[in-house]
Design a protein around this ligand. Structure first.
Ligand code: DX5
Ligand code: ZN
Length: 216
């Protein structure tokens, strides 16, 4: 199981998105792009044209986190644009099995995200169609919030019900303070937004997180 750091650009300087992403190129394992529509969450970021342009300009694998209504309609287009992984929220979709299949057919890894209050069992029948489960460790919508330590049992439970091959991503408040707790609970993909982009040197911080998760 690979252990991967996926920096989130939500709190970087979005006016210089490409330059900000290139700061972690060659160091990060993926780049996490938060698509928000001001409906599913009370915040608005960017959509498909910006994501497609980023994918063309970076060598990093694009880890797309859709915090939008109606992902059934929009998610496959992100896979078509070359995303490595497309994550939809289980709370927002109508037909999760078809959606997960459509994402895979379009060539990306399919993933479902759960808000903190959403029961893990809501994705039980979907597991055969998923490559990754995203456990939110903050309420989705904003970067810079504190890590919800009470999500650790949910990470453990996700690992238990999904088996050894499923990737489990954690997103929200992840930093050097808590990344090992998340790894030890069973997560293998670590989104880090403000801990990376609000540090003095994003590449150094990514390297620090990578070294931590690779340590015993
Ligand atoms: C929040 C987003 C996260 C966020 C992470 O809704 O999904 O990806 O950018 O930022 P930090 O690491 O600051 O919580
Ligand atoms: Zn995210």
């Amino acid at each position: 199981m690979p252990l991967l750091v996926s920096p989130s650009v939500l709190n970087c300087n979005l006016g210089q998105l490409s330059a900000e992403i290139s700061l972690v190129e060659g160091v990060a394992d993926m780049i996490h792009l938060d698509v928000m529509d001001n409906h599913f969450v009370p915040n608005l970021t960017f959509g498909l044209p910006v994501v497609a342009s980023v994918i063309e300009q970076t060598s990093l694998r694009a880890d797309i986190h859709l915090m939008i209504d109606d992902p059934d309609r929009w998610a496959p287009a992100y896979a078509d644009a070359g995303a490595y992984s497309v994550t939809f929220h289980i709370e927002a979709c109508r037909d999760p099995v078809s959606l997960a299949q459509n994402i895979r057919m379009a060539g990306a890894r399919s993933a479902a995200a759960l808000k903190p209050a959403t029961d893990l069992m809501s994705i039980e029948s979907l597991l055969p169609h998923l490559d990754m489960i995203l456990i939110m460790t903050v309420e989705p919508g904003f970067g810079g919030q504190p890590f919800m330590r009470d999500m650790l049992p949910k990470i453990r439970q996700a690992r238990e019900i999904s088996g050894a091959d499923m990737w489990i991503e954690v997103d929200g408040g992840i930093s050097a303070e808590n990344i090992l707790e998340c790894r030890d609970a069973g997560a293998n993909v670590f989104v880090a937004g403000s801990s990376v982009y609000r540090s003095a040197d994003p590449a150094v911080e990514v390297e620090r997180l990578s070294n931590l998760i690779d340590s015993s």
